[in-house]
Design a protein around this ligand. Structure first.
Ligand SMILES: [Zn+2]
Length: 333
């Protein structure tokens, strides 16, 4: 993808003067950066530059916020945004690796000049032998971020990755078919590797990306989750909204949607225990030190993210499975 947005825009504090605001711009048609001073205009959020129609001084391209809003990249101080992107999927014996790379710009409002330009590379390695999905981000060839996406409660990925810019817009829609093809290949090849290793059928890892979200983020997080939690269901819309959008209470629901697991609890050591266990539920029961009984298995399978609450109730019932079941049913109701 040679370009991701028509125009990149950020603030520049140094030249602000009274009700006049400086903005800096990068035109992706010709690669020129420029800045300009605007009168302030008030709206619901406060006062901002009145820059609704912009002409690039080098190539003359005309940008209007009203018609091209979704393909403008509005950058806050310190944020980065990709100028270009190349996506590549590679297959190895025990793993698949998705790589994105290209150039990005960084908005620095205190800068004397304009945007900083730099190279980025991100890799996600889905490893069937290790049962991990390691995310790495490099800036100018230097590794700066490195973590495991199987920890589903760690939401950093949605902020760190440039995949967040591949949401449904005019420019990205040209590539929508290719995005779906890459994800399908990734799911199918990974399922095949898992099945030959674990000797049981892996249920489809397909989830919809969601209308407003990135084509990649939710599908990739679900694949990473299923790589560790192989025999559980895909992440539901409710799970995803709770974890990533922090909706603790869904419309009309009670607090039973409040998940008590968090990113600190799902450490690499505990994820390893889960992936080494006979099945996911046995692994979860092992890390919570709960007995492997049908009544408890059923509840954990239904609501795996309420593991610690199941544990609390079990402690109250002092090892009596019947009492545990009764209290749990009452709370569930
Ligand atoms: Zn231009």
């Amino acid at each position: 993808m040679p370009k991701l947005f028509y125009l990149y825009e950020g603030g520049l504090k140094s030249l602000n003067n009274g009700n006049k605001f400086t903005n800096m711009y990068h035109c992706s048609s010709c690669g020129h950066s420029f800045k300009s001073l605007w009168d302030g205009v008030g709206n619901y959020y406060g006062v901002r530059p009145n820059d609704q129609i912009i002409y690039c001084p080098k190539c003359g391209s005309r940008f209007t916020e009203v018609t091209q809003k979704n393909d403008f990249s509005f950058m806050a101080d310190g944020e980065y945004s990709p100028l270009s992107m190349r996506i590549c999927l590679e297959e190895y014996k025990d793993s698949l690796r998705l790589t994105l790379s290209g150039k990005e710009i960084v908005c620095d409002e205190d800068s004397e000049y304009m945007f900083h330009h730099r190279l980025y590379k991100e890799t996600i390695s889905f490893n069937v032998a290790q049962r991990t999905a390691i995310y790495k981000r490099y800036i100018n060839h230097k590794l700066i971020i490195n973590y495991n996406l199987c920890n589903i409660f760690d939401t950093s990925f949605g902020r760190d990755t440039n995949l967040k810019f591949l949401n449904h817009r005019h420019i990205t829609s040209i590539y929508a078919g290719d995005f779906k093809k890459i994800l399908k290949l990734l799911r199918e090849r990974l399922s095949k590797k898992l099945e030959s290793k674990l000797k049981f059928k892996i249920k489809s890892m397909y989830v919809c990306h969601g209308n407003k979200g990135s084509y990649f983020i939710k599908p990739i997080l679900n694949i990473a989750y299923r790589l560790a939690f192989t025999d559980l269901n895909n992440l539901s819309v409710i799970d995803y909204n709770y974890i990533y959008r922090k909706y603790p209470f869904y419309y009309g629901s009670a607090d039973r949607n409040f998940y008590d697991l968090d990113d600190a609890y799902l450490s690499d050591e505990r994820l390893k225990i889960i992936s080494k266990a006979k099945d996911t539920i046995s692994g979860l029961l092992e890390i919570a030190n709960l007995p492997n009984k049908p009544a408890i298995r059923r509840l954990v399978k239904d609501k795996p993210f309420l593991l610690l609450r199941h544990k609390q109730i079990y402690t109250i019932a002092q090892g009596n499975i019947d009492t545990f079941n009764n209290i749990n049913n009452c709370l569930e109701f």
